[in-house]
Structures are given as C-alpha cells and as structure tokens.
Design a protein around this ligand. Structure first.
Ligand code: LLP
Length: 423
C-alpha cells in the first residue's frame, strides 16, 4: 500500500515539476527565497482556457490579484487576455503591462472616489458595481466629470460553492454583490441615468472550485435574470462568470475547462452575449514554484523541524487557510529513510509553516526545497512581516530564464520611513 502511495506521489511530483527547469542552478544564480514561473506553462494554460470557449465570443480577463507581476500580466496580454482588477493599483498594473484599456474590468466592493475617478479617466471597459451605494457614487462621479460610466452589476446568486469559507463568495451571508431583486432595481436605475450605461452582468461564487454543479446553477440563475433584463430593454453585452476554477494541490479533481465552458454555454443558450471569465489560480498556480533553502534541521524530542529561509510572509496560504502545498527536496532521488517533519520558516509565529507531518529525506544546511503550485496567491500575498525582504521572481520561457522582480533591498524597505525619522 505504502509503495503504491509513494509511486503515486512520485508521479504527481513529476507532473508538478517541469523537468526542463534546473531549479538548482536558478537558486544558485538568483538566491533564495525565490519564485520561479514557467511562462510556457502559463501560456499553454491560457490557450486551453480560451480554446474551451471557441465558438462563442469570449474575453478572458486574467485576475491579476493571483499574480500581479508586470511580466506575468504582459505575457497574458500578449496572448490576447484582458485583466480583472480589484483596485486602481491593479488597473495601473494592467495598463503598464500593456493590457488594452477596453479589456480591463474593475471589480471590488469598496472602491474609493479617487479609484472610480481614475478608472473613468482611463476609459476602461467597465466598472463592476457591488451595491446600490456604489452605483450612486459611480453615477455622481461620472456626472461630475461629464462621463458615461459603463458598468456591470455583481449578482450574489446565494449558492454554496463548497470551498474554503474564506474564499467562498456567493452565499447570502457573504459581503459580495447584490441579490436578484436589488440587481433589477439597479439596472432600471442605470437605464434612466444619463451617466450610466449597464452593459454587463457578473457573478463569482468563490475560488478553488471543484464542483461544476454549483457554477452551472449560478450561471443558470444569472442567465435567467439577464433574459428578464433584456426583456426590459437593458442592453447587456457581457455575461461575466467570474473566476474560481480549482487546481490539484493534492488529490482534488479539477473541473476541465471544456466541461466548464459547456455548462456555461448551456446556461446562456439563446443569449447573444460575450462571455467574460476571470480566471486567476487556474492560469498561474501550477506554473509557479517557490524555492527555499534549508537553514538547519532542528530536533525537539521526537519532533523534527526543517527550518528554511522562506516564510509565511513569502507564501501565507498554509498559515491562512491551512492550504496544502506539495514540498520536495530538489535533487533527492533517494527517498529512503524519509522521516516525518514540519517544514517551517523563521518568522515568530507558530503558524509559520509550509507543511506539517510530511515525509522528507534527511536534509542538510543549504539543501534546496521546492514548494509547488505557488504561482497564484503566492508572491501576490507576500508581505514584509518581521522586516523580511520580499523574494525575487524569475521567469523561464522557451528554455531561457530572466529576472522579473528583483529581491527587495533593505534600503527600499526603510525608504518611506528613514527620511521621516526624528533625530
Ligand atoms: N473574480 C473575482 C471577482 C474574484 O473575487 C476572484 C478571486 C477571481 C475572479 C479569481 O479567482 P480564481 O480564478 O483565482 O479562483 N487568496 C485565496 C484566493 C482568493 C480569491 C479571491 N477572489 C487563496 O490563496 O486561495
């Protein structure tokens, strides 16, 4: 039994690791902790996704919150992708990375006035509004600046997406979007307004979804509403199904993009609308590996800790969601004598771990560990906690590697405070 489990683990390890990428030499050259992204894998993911929607008008807006490195966004833009943004900072990133403004969407439930103003000035595709209060602000700012704001409304379809509670967004008690009745009111209000043009309808029920039925149910509910709105002469053009497709961190069975697209096609039957998707994780997670070196092994009674130079400030998913990320020792062919251990970072929190109770071979100071499926919500959620510099990021594309974000320097860390320090 154990042998089969090991073989299965090895196969899944090989699947997650691009054999063409020499992590050891990248770590030597760029130092650790380090994020490495396989740009060819990201592009191939994008094309698989886009092709699944063949036969209908579609726009794939990469959810740049998942990985907001400018070079990553630019790589998707070069493939034809748009960008789904949740702050004006992200809108700026998308523009800097070369995403055409007519492919940029600005979502998020708490946009400040300056962000709304900025988005209207940039003339992006649309603002996705999440409440009546927000619609009023968008209308007022558009009127003030003599513009017509293109909008969509985020519908909360009250559906259980069956994912981690922190990343479930389509339940009635979640803060996101508006219910169907309120949505109708908002569309009718927009129709009467000289400064609003409602062109889209949107939902997003959660992230890391593995249940197609929940997505299909939400799509059907929202499509039904779209039909009613069109009957009321609201001129919708975009049907936005959000993001959320899950990946296999461990043993999950992800939804195939073709099945996903088919479920959406069925829901929007008869509707002549462009389908918009906002995938984040699906496009980047498995193309990214986080590399970290062993500082030392610490034994405390029977407990074995592998202490590494990366930490929760670099990759917070295990600490925040109890998320599983596969960890492997690079170059350790012989896994005999594997012992249970926790892989932990140097941050002063007990939640600073990458994995608990996993089997790893004996390691020595300087050995390299890979943490897989780290290309989404990895660097993007990193921080300077414990005054740690954020990691460098490297792209590997067509057999060549290049730095896409320098490791932060101590000078950069202190810059905004040092000049303000009283003597
Ligand atoms: N669209 C909207 C409106 C969203 O809120 C999100 C994610 C996406 C698209 C992209 O979802 P994706 O395709 O990546 O699942 N930090 C968490 C995930 C938070 C997701 C937030 N919203 C994690 O590390 O699992």
């Amino acid at each position: 039994m154990r042998r089969f489990a090991t073989i299965a683990a090895k196969i899944s390890e090989r699947k997650q690791m691009n054999p063409q990428i020499d992590y050891q030499s990248l770590a030597d050259r760029y130092q650790t902790p380090l994020y490495v992204y396989d740009f060819d894998a990201m592009k191939s993911r994008y094309n698989t996704f886009k092709n699944a929607f063949d036969g209908r008008k579609s726009l794939i807006c990469f959810a740049i919150k998942a990985n907001s490195n400018l070079s990553v966004i630019a790589a998707f833009a070069a493939q034809g992708a748009g960008a789904d943004c949740v702050s004006f900072g992200e809108v700026k990133r998308a523009l800097l990375a070369g995403v055409p403004k007519y492919k940029i969407i600005f979502s998020g439930m708490g946009k400040r006035d300056d962000e709304i103003r900025g988005a209207l000035a940039e003339d992006i595709l649309l603002l996705n509004v999440e409440s009546e209060e927000e619609l009023e602000r968008v209308e007022a700012i558009a009127a003030e600046t003599g513009k017509i704001a293109r909008i969509s409304v985020r519908i909360n379809p009250a559906i259980d997406a069956k994912t981690h509670p922190y990343i479930s967004t389509g339940l009635k008690e979640n803060k996101f979007g508006v219910d169907i009745e309120t949505a109708k009111k908002l569309y009718l209000r927009a129709k009467k307004s000289a400064n609003l043009e409602a062109i889209g309808i949107h939902f997003h029920i959660g992230s890391q979804l593995t249940e197609l039925s929940a997505i299909a149910e939400a799509a059907e509910k929202v499509a039904e509403l779209a039909r009613n709105l069109i009957a009321l002469e609201i001129d919708l053009k975009f049907f936005n199904v959000g993001g959320g497709l899950g990946i296999a961190y461990k043993d999950e069975t992800p939804i195939a993009p073709a099945d996903y697209a088919l479920a959406i096609f069925m829901a929007v039957k008869g509707l002549d609308l462009t389908i918009v998707c906002e995938p984040g994780r699906f496009l980047t997670a498995e193309a990214g590996v986080f590399l970290t070196r062993v500082i030392y092994e610490k034994k405390a009674g029977k407990k074995r800790f592998v202490v590494v130079d990366g930490a929760m400030n670099d990759l917070i998913r295990p600490a925040l969601y109890g998320a599983f990320h596969k960890v492997a020792v690079i170059g350790a062919e012989d896994h005999s004598g594997e012992n249970l251990c926790d892989v932990v970072g140097p941050v002063c929190e007990s939640s600073d771990f990458f994995a608990k109770n996993i089997h790893l071979p004996d390691v020595r100071r300087g050995d390299l560990l890979a943490i897989y499926a780290a290309g989404a919500y990895g660097f993007a959620m990193s921080s300077n906690y414990n005054t740690r510099r954020r990691a460098a990021e490297v792209a590997v594309e067509e057999g060549k590697d290049r730095l896409i974000r320098e490791r932060e320097s101590y000078e950069e860390l202190f810059a905004n405070e040092l000049s303000l320090l009283k003597n």
